[in-house]
Design a protein around this ligand. Structure first.
Ligand code: MGD
Ligand code: MGD
Ligand code: SF4
Ligand code: MO
Length: 747
């Protein structure tokens, strides 16, 4: 018998002749990997590679980054502006002037009839920072609606709110380099190997050089949990109880850093008083982690010379999201683990430029972390833009998650969606659908015209994507990185920057503001606005050339520092400089001086109130949701890239084999999942990743888990609890389900 192939036919890989490499930053997750795009003879994209000289990824990319260059001409791209009188009618192609005029007229009509705030703008974490800044200028300075927010409310709002409450300002204080220095890492609700694969690779490298305990808190056995030394399968929504109990032990056993607490914090007495109620004996019954484990983990963490915490959506997306962040900060403050190499409270950000929108979009305030509520901030921005300060509203308006209910009540009549797809990404989809149906006017600005929200749109504006544009992103560790324009926009799509500039001309009757013609011009304005005033968000020393030379610069990086750096290296041409020539601060608060009035960090007592939707007799399962490595969000991009989509083309659900057996449910059969909001049909994947009382559904698929989620809001951040819902399972006819699913797989 002959094994193997008798005739070898090696696979021939066609030569990819690259004429030029263009510098860019990945446009998916917030890791911020630097990518070089290879252009062929005709300026077309032929390949890409991770930038070997970039500190973040050192030549590596994950599956999404590797295949990202395939998205430019993927199916469904918006080619021309589309218009129609009524939703659901056929669209007609129109000129850019026609689409922009119609949009401006509708905004003005709605505002004239119902007040300025009756038109809302919902943005994203996926544009370039210069675009965010420009949109902010347009919305705050000319359109003048206060109902302006971003999808970051679904994502990072709790981290922002928690940082502000604890440290007086937003901004993750640590960096990936901390992995090299820490003696213990605790990860809360964060699945790095799938969601931030290259950050995980950095962590793994550090662990290979030097072992330190990895503790993972997640109700699900994620890939990160599999690699952990200790996995705490917490009862959903109860992280604050675990952390409070850990702090109870730390104080009781004198493991806290009394000196740090005395010198750099306030509120220790109030915190300690609260912690009296969180003895591990009591806490274990709430958070599901036994008292011994709680004590062990508390001791490991507090005794480590330096310990750090990271977290992502397991904390942020819950009714105690902001409190969870505050409590993680509390834990690190009482153990003296802020601003030290290896000792930090590092929120792992979500979208590629969720940081950029926090910093510069004016969504919840004014650019450069400025606030509408602060007279000095208002004056500075009004003067800089050349408008009357009184044009700004006195305080921030509705958060994204409050905008949709305000459409329901009729308070908001018109909406502009920029790079976000709420029909799939918002909780309680039946409710969102009803809200969308009530809109008098909806304009959708997206890269893809087949995105679900266009069902309800009156105007569709086709946007250019990623390296069809130019500008910056800020990543999880405050690193500002650049994407150079590599190719012209697809068909007649336009960069978002151009769209905002064109729209601004149509509002000059309100305020005439200067708009720079290029993203680099907008970056210059941001630099100027970031100068001085003692702000940590100082990017005044950055320029596109310096950023590219350094392959990303962390803020703060002041002008004085840049000039000193240039004098030191004597570089006539910045492009010949080296990565290490322009280094911003790796860490914030290294000196223990915080952005609060007193300069001290706040220790804030967090009392747990269980207001989650919990399983009961009728809906006996916890319904958890999240992500998988090969897909990004609502799959508008990865669903179109064959090698991403093939790994999970079908809506599916993780279910425990024992639970399935009890219900007679088989592996790879279809079931109907039902919650109080609605139902969804999914394919069952039996796995021990989830316990007997839990179901997990990735949220990437339309008409799927967000038909079921409740999305109760965090009181501080207004972020929805996407991960704590109750559901039950019903068996269904398999053939009917298969047909239904095929229909839904539109590509
Ligand atoms: N491949 C891929 N990568 C991505 C994205 C993507 O769509 N695809 N999106 C990016 C974005 S925008 C974001 S925000 C991040 C999200 O990154 P992650 O937050 O890491 O991803 P998720 O899967 O949403 O949630 C993480 C974990 O939270 C756990 N969890 C649920 N409830 C609780 C709880 O009560 N407590 C704790 N401690 N944990 C809980 C879930 O079981 C889940 O394993 O990923 C980014 N990276
Ligand atoms: N059940 C459940 N729901 C969730 C989550 C969860 O864990 N569970 N996670 C939540 C989180 S953390 C997030 S961040 C949200 C994400 O929710 P969304 O932001 O609504 O999802 P995306 O698919 O990223 O939508 C972005 C849109 O922008 C378009 N786009 C991409 N680049 C550009 C560009 O340059 N210009 C323009 N104009 N458009 C562009 C894309 O085609 C896409 O349609 O989902 C949230 N929803
Ligand atoms: S880890 Fe994130 S930034 Fe890096 S290549 Fe993957 S998706 Fe892009
Ligand atoms: Mo996110």
């Amino acid at each position: 018998m002959i094994f193997g192939r008798t005739q070898r036919k090696p696979i021939a890989i066609p030569a990819k002749t690259v004429k030029e490499w263009k510098y860019s930053t990945c446009n998916y997750c917030s890791t911020g990997c630097a990518i070089e795009l290879g252009l062929g003879e005709q300026g077309q994209i032929v390949t890409s590679r991770g930038h070997a000289g970039a500190d973040v990824n050192r030549g590596k990319l994950c599956i999404k980054g590797l295949l990202e260059h395939e998205l430019f001409d993927s199916p469904g791209r918006g080619k021309v502006p589309l218009l129609r009188e009524r939703a659901h009618q056929p669209f007609a192609a129109g000129s850019w002037d026609a689409a922009l005029d119609r949009t401006a007229e509708e905004i003005k009509r709605i505002q004239a009839q119902h007040g300025r705030d009756a038109f809302a703008v919902v943005s994203t974490g996926q544009l370039l920072t210069e675009e965010f800044y420009t949109l902010g200028k347009l919305v705050r300075g000319q359109i003048g609606t206060n109902n302006y927010d971003g999808n970051t409310t679904l994502c990072m709002a709790s981290a922002v709110s928690g940082y502000k409450r604890s440290f007086g300002a937003d901004g993750p204080p640590g960096c990936y380099g901390d992995f090299e220095h820490t003696h213990c890492l605790m990860a809360f609700g964060s699945n790095l190997p799938e969601q931030h694969p290259i950050i995980y690779w950095r962590l793994k490298e550090a662990l290979e050089k030097r072992r330190f305990p990895l503790i993972v808190v997640d109700p699900r056995v994620t890939m990160l949990a599999q690699f952990a030394d200790i996995h705490l399968a917490i009862t959903p929504g109860t992280d604050t109880v675990l952390i409070n109990a850990m702090m109870h032990v730390i104080f009781k056993e004198g493991l806290h850093d009394a000196d740090y607490i005395a010198r750099h914090t306030q509120g220790a007495d109030e915190l300690r008083a609260l912690l009296a109620d969180y003895d591990p004996k009591t806490a274990q019954h709430v958070c599901g982690i036994d008292e011994d484990r709680i004590r062990t983990v508390a001791r490991i963490y507090a005794k480590a010379p330096r310990a750090m915490s990271i977290w992502t959506m397991g904390i942020n997306q819950s009714t105690h999201g902001s409190d969870g962040v505050v409590d993680i900060n509390n834990l690190n403050l009482i153990t003296g683990n802020i601003g030290r190499p290896g000792g930090t409270s590092l929120s792992i950000t979500g979208q590629c430029n969720a940081m950029g929108t926090r910093e510069w979009s004016s969504c919840s305030g004014l650019p450069g972390y400025r606030q509408l509520e602060k007279p000095k901030d208002r004056q500075r921005v009004a003067e800089f833009w050349g408008i009357a300060e009184a044009f700004f509203p006195p305080a921030r308006g509705l958060a994204q998650t409050d905008i949709f209910p305000a459409i329901e009540t009729g308070e908001i009549k018109g909406l502009w969606l920029v790079a976000t797809n709420p029909m799939t990404s918002m909780a309680n989809q039946p409710r969102i659908r009803r809200a969308m149906e009530k809109l008098e006017f909806l304009v959708v600005q997206d890269v893809y015209e087949d995105v679900e929200t266009t069902q309800y749109a009156h105007v569709f504006l086709p946007a250019a994507v990623w390296a069809e544009k130019e500008g910056c992103h800020t990543n999880t560790e405050r690193r500002v990185n650049l994407t150079r324009n590599a190719l012209r926009p697809y068909a007649d799509s336009k960069p978002d920057f151009w769209i905002f500039n064109q729209m601004a001309r149509r509002f000059e009757d309100r305020n005439k503001i200067h708009y720079p013609a290029t993203p680099e011009g907008a970056f210059e304005e941001m630099r100027e606005l970031s100068k001085g005033e003692g702000r940590t968000l100082d990017i005044s020393g950055m320029s596109y050339d310096r950023i590219e030379a350094a392959r990303g610069i962390q803020w703060p990086y002041s002008e004085a520092r840049a000039l000193a750096d240039e004098a030191r290296i004597g570089a006539a041409d910045t492009r010949t400089a080296l990565r290490q020539d322009f280094l911003g601060d790796a860490r914030l608060y290294a000196d223990g001086a915080f952005q609060t009035a007193s300069g001290r960090a706040n220790l804030i007592p967090v009392r747990f109130v269980n207001n989650n939707e919990c399983p009961d007799a009728e809906y006996p399962f916890w319904l958890n949701s999240g992500r998988v490595v090969e897909h990004f969000h609502t799959r508008t991009r990865t669903g179109k890239i064959g090698n991403c989509n093939k790994f999970s083309p079908t809506p599916y659900m993780e279910m425990n084999p024992d639970a399935a057996q009890a219900l007679g449910v088989e592996h790879q059969s279809y079931v109907r999942v039902v919650s109080r909001r609605g139902d969804a049909v999914v394919m069952v994947q039996l796995t021990q990743r989830v316990g007997r009382d839990m179901l997990f559904i990735p949220f990437h698929f339309h008409d799927c888990v967000n038909r079921l989620t409740l999305g109760l809001l965090d009181p501080h951040s207004r972020q929805p609890a996407f991960k704590q819902n109750a559901a039950r399972i019903e068996k269904i006819d398999q053939r009917e389900a298969a047909r239904l699913n095929l229909e839904r797989r539109s590509f």
